[in-house]
Write a protein that binds this ligand. Structure first.
Ligand code: HEM
Length: 404
């Protein structure tokens, strides 16, 4: 394990240190229409047996475009009430005891991911996702990359877990297709209701699976950082609380995120200083030049939202926590200086949903619970997402709020 000091934060990781691409070079990678730089892409079955990387990407981009229609405000709001019920159940389940915030909120985010994609009561999917995530962790935790044909136990376990998840999801898709609903309640309903540009069964399974994994832990980590910052910034927390309290008093809930502008700015500022996806990658689809570097075909280029978000070339007082910067013209001078969700053709599909989940959950935590952070010296640790390791807290329900 080696460590490096960035600003006054010590980041620890296991030996490979990325060079810091600036906003312009990172922007070139992010905006590339897959000609020079491409991202790793989910594979869809069917079509020619041996697909070129360009064909794999084209197939995914088609599915992705259809997926955008499912990631809309309607799907987000349908999920909002269930999301808050799940947050309250998670918090009340702690019984005001001291808990690991990361473990608690990762569990909550896993439930959210499944709820958004498939609705409630999907214990079989939850078990299959947990199994697949556990074996994937063992593979990605290694510094070596293992091809899928290598007969190692951990590779075979991954293949089996993926096949099991695919079969579980396929059963759900078939059941839902056979018995469609009038009012879509989740992503799967919305994807199946799309009759203008219908997706095949395999495409639906791949898209749902991509969303399940992409949203499996990042919102939980982001929320854990929000809890961390609530304790570290009492004045800003008081403003979040006042805003959430006013909305809750007026409407009986905090579901209307359009009335939480300061909370939204607080969340954006947390994602600036602590982007869960702190490192991103593209590979060169052909030999190319990037700034001062000659890049060979298939070489990986790595860049860091964490470093971009703290670069004094584009941020005034980058190490300061200032939600106000999102209300004034103090936003970054470079359009690729703020990329917690990536950017360009492969930008996060769940960006609007994630922001909604975080703003509303932050407001609910502030107004519904007295939060006492009991740990100190929490270090941002890449695991591989940026994690507040060691963060512990007690969440005590405030009287008179949770009955609403
Ligand atoms: C705080 C929460 C989240 C963060 C910080 C986050 C961040 C990211 C980032 C950085 C990427 C890579 C973008 C790129 O390569 O340019 C990504 C991809 C993706 N995200 Fe998110 N995400 C979050 C939540 C979600 C949620 C809730 C969903 C869906 C329910 C989601 C679905 C996806 C999908 C499907 C991709 C892959 C897009 C592709 O490869 O074309 N994400 N996300």
């Amino acid at each position: 394990m080696s460590s490096v000091l960035i600003g006054h934060h010590r980041l620890r990781w296991s030996s490979r240190l990325p060079s810091h691409l600036d906003g312009t070079a990172s922007g070139v990678c992010l905006e590339s229409q897959h000609e020079d730089f491409s991202a790793n892409t989910p594979r869809l079955s069917g079509g020619p047996r041996r697909r070129s990387p360009a064909d794999v990407t084209a197939a995914w981009m088609h599915v992705r475009r259809t997926g955008w229609h499912g990631m809309n405000r309607q799907a987000t709001l349908a999920h909002g009430r269930r999301m808050l019920a799940s947050l309250d159940a998670t918090m009340l389940g702690t019984d005001a005891a001291e808990v690991s915030v990361v473990d608690l909120l990762n569990g909550y985010a896993g439930e959210l991911a499944i709820d958004f994609c498939l609705g409630q009561g999907n214990a079989d999917v939850a078990a299959a996702v947990v199994r697949r995530a556990a074996v994937a962790d063992r593979l990605t935790g290694s510094s070596l990359q293992f091809p899928a044909w290598l007969p190692l136990p951990r590779v075979r376990a991954m293949v089996r877990a993926t096949a099991h998840l695919n079969a579980t999801l396929t059963t759900h898709v078939r059941r839902r297709r056979a018995d469609p609903v009038d009012q879509p309640q989740d992503l799967l309903d919305l994807l199946l209701a799309n009759t203008t540009n219908p997706l095949t069964e395999d495409q639906v399974v791949t898209l749902v699976k991509a969303n399940l994994f992409a949203s499996y832990s990042t919102p939980g980590l982001a929320l854990a950082w929000i809890v961390h910052e609530f304790a570290a910034r009492p004045a800003a927390f008081d403003r979040v609380l006042a805003e959430a309290d006013a909305l809750h008093t007026a409407t009986g809930s905090v579901l209307d995120d359009t009335r939480l502008p300061y909370t939204a700015a607080f969340v954006k500022e947390v994602l600036r200083l602590y982007p869960p996806v702190w490192l991103m990658q593209r590979y060169a689809a052909r030999p190319t030049v990037l700034g001062e570097w000659d890049i060979r075909r298939a070489q990986y280029v790595t860049f860091s939202p964490y470093l971009l978000h703290r670069d004094p070339r584009w941020w005034t007082a980058p190490e300061e926590f200032k939600p106000e910067r999102w209300h004034h013209d103090d936003a970054p001078a470079h359009r690729f200086a703020y990329v917690p969700f990536g950017a360009g053709p492969r930008v996060c599909l769940g960006i609007q949903l994630a922001l909604y989940q975080l703003v509303v959950a932050a407001a609910r935590l502030a107004v519904g619970y007295r939060i006492e952070v009991t740990s100190d010296n929490v270090a941002p640790t890449p695991q591989p997402a940026l994690t507040p390791v060691g963060l512990a807290a007690r969440f005590t329900p405030r009287t008179g709020v949770l009955s609403h």
